[in-house]
Write a protein that binds this ligand. Structure first.
Ligand code: BGC
Length: 339
């Protein structure tokens, strides 16, 4: 009997000390980790907004190294709009033993593959800008999402025009027919920002009492030259009708403005975008576009980076960044416009 107690006591002691030793080692590993390795994959490296985030991420990594003395290895790759390519990039990050990955997913409905592999490898994932569906995001506690509130962007954009109309209706309804005639340029039809921005920009104008008439619209996939091609066509189809062009992002707003400029179009069409990219803000200063919604893209990149760094060091991410639902962060934004 006494012998059996002895064996049980030995096992208990072994478990307790074994556990303490493991915790101690783990703590020391975190404490002594002097470098972190982060993989970043972009849905398209030639997207202006994504490029701004990329440049800011690189800045953040440098600042973090300076502040903490922890070396950061950050590899940024371009999936060139192909989900299979992106899946292989993630496989490679996993095989290289990266500490965290940041994924700007090509197809937001196809995140489950990447999530399963990351879970298996215990690799935290910070998704950004292209939001996986909620069902996928709920699968694991080490999945995060950083983006903007699309409804907020749209309401801010709509209100730029509502304010202009209230101040002077003829600034938008310049042919004086009692209606503001508009065209709409939309991003990808599968992107959450595009769908919500379109709905709420128009709703905001209606709620603000602007009498609207839709003349035409098209999908230009966030792209400046595709938007420009639409606008070229509309100048021919509706030579005297368009008064306002509402665009889901700045690049498409600039594309529409390019077409007007190229055709020597003289009517004071007001073009609005969203993003506040350096090119968009420059377009605003030079009078190409009337307004945009600027997202704080330094904050955007800094949050993506902070989450990835904290997760890499097994720190409490919530202590570093205030997240809602334990996984989401929305960046701040503001309207900017010509007077
Ligand atoms: C931005 C676009 C960008 C797109 C890419 C949107 O949130 O406003 O400029 O092209 O994300 O996913």
């Amino acid at each position: 009997m006494r012998r059996r107690y002895g064996v049980i006591a030995a096992i208990v002691l072994l478990l307790v000390f074994g556990g303490l030793f493991y915790q101690g080692m783990k703590g020391r590993e975190t404490e002594h980790k002097r470098s972190i390795r982060i993989g970043v994959t972009l849905y398209r490296g030639d997207d202006s907004f994504i490029n701004t985030i990329r440049a800011n991420l690189e800045e953040q990594a440098k600042e973090y190294e300076k502040e903490t003395g922890i070396k950061v290895v950050m590899e940024i790759v371009d999936a060139k709009g192909n989900q299979n390519t992106q899946d292989s990039q993630v496989d490679r990050f996993i095989s290289l033993g990266y500490d965290a990955i940041c994924v700007n997913i090509v197809d937001r409905s196809m995140a489950s593959n990447i999530i399963s592999k990351a879970m298996e490898a215990d690799l935290p994932v910070v998704f950004f800008n292209r939001e996986p569906v909620e069902e996928d995001m709920r699968r694991w506690e080490k999945l995060y999402y950083v983006g903007e509130n699309a409804k907020e962007s749209a309401v801010l954009q709509g209100n730029i025009l509502v304010d202009a109309y209230k101040k002077d209706p003829s600034s938008l309804d310049f042919n004086g027919d009692g209606k503001v005639s508009y065209a709409l340029l939309e991003g990808e039809n599968s992107h959450q920002d595009s769908l919500i921005r379109t709905e709420w920009s128009i709703q905001t104008l209606k709620d603000g009492g602007v009498p609207l008439e839709k003349i035409t619209g098209g999908m230009a996939n966030w792209d400046r030259s595709q938007a420009s091609a639409w606008m070229e066509q509309w100048i021919l189809d509706y030579p005297d009708q368009l008064e306002v062009v509402i665009c889901n992002n700045d690049d498409m707003a600039l594309g529409a403005a390019d077409a007007l400029e190229r055709n020597g179009y003289k009517r004071p069409v007001k073009i609005v975008g969203i993003d506040g990219t350096p090119q968009g803000l420059e377009g605003l200063r030079s009078g190409k576009i009337f307004g945009t919604v600027q997202c704080d893209n330094r904050e955007y990149a800094s949050v993506i980076f902070k989450i990835a760094a904290a997760a890499s060091l097994s720190q409490d991410v919530q202590k570093e960044v205030p997240l809602y639902d334990g996984k989401y962060y929305e960046c701040s934004q503001k309207a900017v416009h010509a007077d």
